[in-house]
Write a protein that binds this ligand. Structure first.
Ligand SMILES: Cc1cc2nc3c(=O)[nH]c(=O)nc-3n(C[C@H](O)[C@H](O)[C@H](O)COP(=O)(O)O)c2cc1C
Length: 160
């Protein structure tokens, strides 16, 4: 992966995934895009202990949440896409869906990372790759603690 043909795209509701994304983008010198829901998630929306909270209601269908920037203008120029997301109920946050279905992943390599509290990646990387039709999943990594050394070690292992 080199800076010219790689882009990083992530969603982050409480900045943990954003922190990892920023470390990666800085290290690799790649462009980084934060996916922004048209209706941002508030703290109340994210309260997964409350059955009336937005995330709890959305969990029933894991919908395509509308994004302000699902379609990326310079998409064709990238061969590799690094994708970051939080784990929501053992899977990738569905706020990623519209990005995954609105862009053509044919011929693209994807390297995915997630942040979670404790449960790790689960099957989220494979599930996400299925939604990104045509993508080749070349690497995956879950982060619970966020530390630069661990992130750099992962990046060094990503070969393509
Ligand atoms: C709706 C929701 C569901 C979550 N489900 C899980 C889970 O299944 N396993 C886990 O370890 N953490 C879970 N978490 C915690 C997040 O994965 C974790 O805080 C993550 O780093 C948040 O990333 P962000 O700050 O980029 O949004 C959940 C958080 C939310 C809001």
């Amino acid at each position: 992966m080199n800076a010219n043909d790689t882009i990083l795209v992530y969603f982050s509701a409480t900045n943990r995934t954003k922190n990892v994304a920023n470390i990666i983008a800085q290290k690799l010198g790649v462009k980084s895009v934060s996916l922004e829901p048209k209706e941002p998630y508030t703290a109340a929306d994210l309260d997964y202990n409350n059955p009336k909270a937005r995330v709890y209601v959305e969990l029933q269908t894991r919908p395509n949440v509308a994004l302000k920037n699902a379609v990326l203008s310079d998409w064709q120029s990238y061969k590799n896409v690094i994708i970051g997301y939080p784990i929501w109920w053992y899977d990738y946050a569905w706020a990623m869906n519209e990005f995954l279905t609105s862009n053509d992943f044919t011929g693209k390599n994807i390297a995915v990372f997630a942040t979670s509290a404790s449960s790790g990646l689960g099957a989220s990387a494979e599930n996400l790759a299925k939604k990104a039709k045509g993508a080749k999943l070349i690497a995956k990594k879950g982060f619970e603690m966020i530390n630069e050394k661990q992130i750099y070690t992962w990046l060094d292992s990503v070969k393509e």
